[in-house]
Design a protein around this ligand. Structure first.
Ligand SMILES: [Ca+2]
Length: 198
């Protein structure tokens, strides 16, 4: 696909949807502002996306429009005007979502960089490579290291034994299955990120 800097080249562009669940995808080489861009369909909050769920996804590097430069951030554009209850859980991202105070998100049991704590967001049980923002969050700077994955370079994201996210998921909020269809939880405690292991 070709385009110019005015065109949207995201993988998924969500405009004013309700109760949409985006689950069990591996995104790579999405271009534009993000892999998923949530936007309102009109000028007021009531026209914003409502009750979105983003779970069990892997967000590999996104790219700037028309170049192969990686984005600095923006696996997900969390929308200026999402309303209702919006959840990002058990995802893995190489680039941090862009969140705004106006939209209320629950961000739980994700794996990847979280460098700033958005004031409108509830964080918990994330395995962050950078900092903690809420209860149950931990910092593991090695959480994205290739040595923890089956074959990271070829999009094979199964965790290897001892993965830093094992047992670090949210006991109160988890998808029933993982990215590969495995039932959660295994081994007593749920794991953070999109993959469940013992
Ligand atoms: Ca487990």
């Amino acid at each position: 696909m070709t385009g110019n800097n005015l065109s949207h080249q995201e993988c998924i562009y969500v405009n004013g949807a309700e109760k949409l669940t985006i689950s069990r995808n591996i995104f790579w080489k999405c271009r534009g502002t993000s892999a998923i861009n949530f936007t309102q369909s009109g000028p007021t909050a009531q026209e914003g996306p409502r009750d979105m769920v983003v779970e069990n996804n892997v967000f590999e590097l996104g790219l700037e429009p028309n170049t192969d430069k990686p984005l600095s951030a923006g696996s997900i554009q969390g929308c200026l005007q999402c309303v209702g209850t919006n959840i990002m859980r058990n995802n893995l991202w190489l680039q941090e979502p862009i969140l705004y105070p106006q939209a209320k998100w629950l961000v739980t049991a994700n794996v990847g960089p979280i460098t700033s704590c958005n004031s409108g967001t509830t964080y918990r049980y994330n395995v962050s490579t950078s900092r903690t923002c809420g209860s149950g969050d931990i910092v593991r700077t090695d959480a994205l290291n290739a040595s923890w994955y089956e074959d990271r370079a070829n999009h094979k994201w199964r965790y290897l034994p001892g993965h830093p996210a094992a047992g670090r998921g949210d006991p109160a909020s988890m998808p029933a299955i993982d990215l590969f269809g495995t039932a959660r939880p295994l081994g007593g405690l749920p794991d953070a990120g999109p993959v469940e292991i013992n």
